[in-house]
Design a protein around this ligand. Structure first.
Ligand SMILES: Nc1ncnc2c1ncn2[C@@H]1O[C@H](COP(=O)(O)OP(=O)(O)OP(=O)(O)O)[C@@H](O)[C@H]1O
Length: 358
C-alpha cells in the first residue's frame, strides 16, 4: 500500500475512537457532571428547546403530566440530557432503560407497573424493542393500561392493570425506523440536529468551567471545529487537550496547544481520524477517486465492509468528501483538497476533478 500513514485501528479498537459518537466508559463517568440541568443551560437546538418549553409549561399549568416525547438524532447530541431536563422541569423522577434491555413484554410490564404518577420513563434506542413489548407499549401510552397475560395456551387470561399517568421519552437515531403506530402515539417529536461550531464552542467553554480548565477563545474554536457537530465528541476532545496542556504546557488551552494536542491524537482540522483518512486516501490514491465498490475499498484499508460503511462513511458523506453512487464510492473535489492531493485530469475534459470536476 502506498499511503504514508500507519494502518488504521482494527475493528476491535473502534469503540474507543476519539471521534466516535457513542459513549465510552470514561464518557459515562464524566458526562453526569457535564450535563446541563435545565433548558436554559442546554446549548443550541433552539427549535426543539422552544417547543419543548411550551409543552412542559402547558402541562405544568394544567397540573397534569407532559405528553409523550420522541427525540430523534445521532448519538451524543443530547437526547439523554434532554430527557433528564424534562423530568427536572416537571419535578418528576426519571427511570432510564433502553429498547435492547426490554426483550419480553413481561420486562416492560414490570417497569411500567412500578412507575410513580408523573414519572418520566426514558427509553433509549426505542426502535430496538421486541415486537410484543412494543405492542404492550401502544396501550400503555394511550390508555395508561396494560394487559398482563397469565398462563399459557387456551387457559391463558389477560389481567388488565391500570397504570399511573407517566411521560414516555423515547429516543431513536432515526424516527423513520419506528413503526407508524408507535410514532403516532407521541404528542411531540423533536429532531436533534448536529451543532454549529459556535454552539460547540459554548458547550466547550461551559465544560471547561466545570472541569476547572483555563481555555482561550481560539482554543475553544479549534476544538469545536474538530468535534463533528457533536457535544459528546467536543467534551471528549476537550479532556484530551486538557491532558496535553497539563503535561506539555502550563495547563492553559490556547489555539496552538489545541492544535498540537489534536495532531498527537490524530484528529485533523475537519475532525477526521486515522480510519476516515485511510478510507479517503485509498479511494483517491488507489482508485483515482472512484467509483469503486464498498467491498474493494474495505479490503484496501484492511477493514470489514461494515466498519467502512457504518463507522467511516457517514461522516465522510456528511462532510461532502465522499458520495455513495449506484456505481460505487466516489471522492468529491473537497476530498482531494482536504488530503492535499491533486486530482487526475478528467478524461476528455479540461482541468481536474474527476466526476465532481468544475
Ligand atoms: N445541548 C447541550 N449542551 C451542553 N452539553 C450537551 C448538550 N447536548 C449534549 N451535551 C453533552 O454531551 C454529552 C452527551 O449527551 P447525551 O448523553 O445526552 O447524548 P445522547 O444523544 O443521549 O447520546 P446517546 O444516544 O449515545 O445516548 C453529555 O455529557 C452532555 O452533557
Amino acid at each position: 500500500m502506498n499511503w504514508d500513514e500507519p494502518a488504521p485501528p482494527t475493528a476491535g479498537e473502534l469503540p474507543d475512537r476519539l471521534v466516535g459518537s457513542d459513549a465510552d466508559g470514561e464518557d459515562q463517568a464524566v458526562e453526569a457532571a457535564l450535563r446541563p440541568k435545565d433548558l436554559g443551560e442546554f446549548v443550541g437546538q433552539e427549535r426543539v428547546r422552544q417547543q419543548l418549553d411550551l409543552v412542559l409549561k402547558a402541562a405544568k399549568k394544567r397540573g397534569g403530566t407532559a405528553d409523550h416525547v420522541l427525540l430523534s438524532g445521532a448519538p451524543g447530541l443530547g437526547k439523554t440530557t434532554l430527557s433528564m431536563i424534562i423530568a427536572a422541569e416537571m419535578g418528576a423522577p426519571i427511570r432510564i432503560t433502553s429498547g435492547p434491555a426490554i426483550q419480553h413484554a413481561g420486562d416492560l410490564a414490570a417497569i411500567l407497573s412500578s412507575l410513580q404518577e408523573g414519572e418520566v420513563l426514558f427509553l433509549d434506542e426505542i426502535h430496538r424493542m421486541s415486537r410484543p413489548a412494543e405492542e404492550m407499549l401502544y396501550m400503555a401510552m394511550e390508555d395508561f393500561r396494560v394487559d398482563v397475560i397469565v398462563g399459557k395456551g387456551p387457559g391463558a387470561t389477560a389481567i388488565p392493570l391500570e397504570l399511573p399517568p407517566f411521560t414516555l421519552v423515547g429516543a431513536t437515531t432515526r424516527a423513520g425506523l419506528l413503526p407508524p403506530p408507535l410514532r403516532d402515539r407521541f404528542g411531540f417529536t423533536g429532531h436533534m440536529e448536529f451543532y454549529a461550531p459556535a454552539e460547540l464552542e459554548r458547550v466547550i467553554h461551559r465544560s471547561a468551567r466545570l472541569l476547572d480548565v483555563e481555555i482561550e477563545t481560539d482554543g475553544g474554536a479549534e476544538i469545536a471545529g474538530r468535534s463533528r457537530g457533536t457535544p459528546r465528541i467536543a467534551n471528549r476532545l476537550l479532556r484530551r487537550v486538557r491532558d496535553y496542556a497539563q503535561v506539555r504546557a502550563d495547563g492553559r488551552i490556547t489555539r496552538e496547544i489545541a492544535t498540537q494536542a489534536l495532531e498527537v491524537y490524530e484528529v485533523d482540522a475537519r475532525g477526521l481520524d486515522r480510519l476516515d483518512r485511510a478510507v479517503l486516501r485509498a479511494l483517491l490514491q488507489l482508485f483515482g477517486g472512484g467509483p469503486v465498490g464498498l467491498s474493494t475499498l474495505a479490503v484496501a484499508v484492511g477493514e470489514e465492509r461494515e466498519t467502512v460503511e457504518e463507522v467511516a462513511e457517514p461522516f465522510l458523506v456528511r462532510e461532502g468528501l465522499l458520495a455513495r453512487t449506484p456505481r460505487g464510492r466516489v471522492a468529491t473535489r473537497a476530498a482531494w483538497t482536504h488530503l492535499g492531493l491533486v486530482p487526475p485530469p478528467q478524461p476528455g475534459g479540461p482541468g481536474q476533478g474527476g466526476l465532481f470536476g468544475p
